[in-house]
Ligand binder design. Structure first.
Ligand SMILES: C[S@@+](CC[C@H](N)C(=O)[O-])C[C@H]1O[C@@H](n2cnc3c(N)ncnc32)[C@H](O)[C@@H]1O
Length: 215
């Protein structure tokens, strides 16, 4: 059977599944599959979702954290409201120097988990797209280091390519366990991958440096 045909069938499968299960995006399954396997979002957690529109990941995270948890979604675009409570969405730019304060304003305490599916507009030029994707992942990391509690978890989209190794090395400095993953719901032919970083280590000096940069 041709590979492309199989790929289209898989995408069609997740598209229909998302419609039937009332998820706002097929991307929801990328988070659901990883979170089910690694259990890095737990009941009562506070989750911050960076690049969250239209909201599929928010829906998955909200199911995991339950009514005593809280999910904050951030995106450049407005996100349509949800039927469930304990979800808040804000318009924000991950690259803005004010974003950390903007996020912290809405959190009752530091976050347990930061998830980021933030993606740039694709230009079609491979090097440019890879660099932009790694920049957004790096920006998400920077934010995470300031809003996560000690031992918190971080999950972000990345692109395969020459810049990925350096990014993984950087994340390893801050988290005890770092894994690169390709969930089943992610297109096999796309360069998209996900990085899961568990158990943030303490790094008071870095947090102080980053908060000074933002003040
Ligand atoms: C693939 S979509 C996210 C899909 C989402 N996880 C879901 O399941 O519905 C990527 C999002 O990243 C957002 N984004 C890209 N750059 C951003 C930035 N600098 N700040 C905030 N959001 C950004 C885009 O607006 C877009 O909505």
């Amino acid at each position: 059977m041709p590979k492309a045909w199989n790929q289209n069938r898989k995408q069609e499968y997740y598209y229909k599944k998302a419609k039937a299960e009332n998820y706002r995006s097929r991307a929801a399954y990328k988070l659901a599959q990883t979170a089910n396997k690694y259990q890095f979002i737990r009941r009562n957690d506070i989750v911050v979702d960076l690049g969250a529109a239209p909201g599929g990941w928010i829906q998955v995270a909200r199911k995991k954290v339950g009514k005593k948890g809280f999910v904050l979604g951030v995106d450049l675009k407005p996100i349509e409201s949800f039927a469930q409570d304990y979800i808040k969405t804000i318009i924000g730019d991950l690259t803005s120097p004010f974003i950390v304060n903007q996020i912290l304003e809405f959190l009752p305490r530091k976050a347990d988990v930061v998830i980021s599916d933030a993606a740039p507009n694709i230009t079609g030029t491979w090097e440019v797209d890879q660099a932009k994707q790694i920049d957004l992942a790096d920006q998400s990391l920077k934010i995470s280091l300031q809003i996560l509690r000690l031992s918190g978890n971080f999950f972000t989209k990345v692109f395969e390519g020459s810049m990925l190794n350096d990014f993984v090395k950087k994340v390893k400095k801050h988290f005890a366990i770092v894994k690169l993953l390709k969930p089943k719901a992610s297109r096999a032919k796309s360069s998209e991958m996900f990085l899961l970083a568990l158990d943030m280590k303490s790094n008071i000096k870095l947090v102080e440096k980053l908060s000074k940069e933002n003040s």
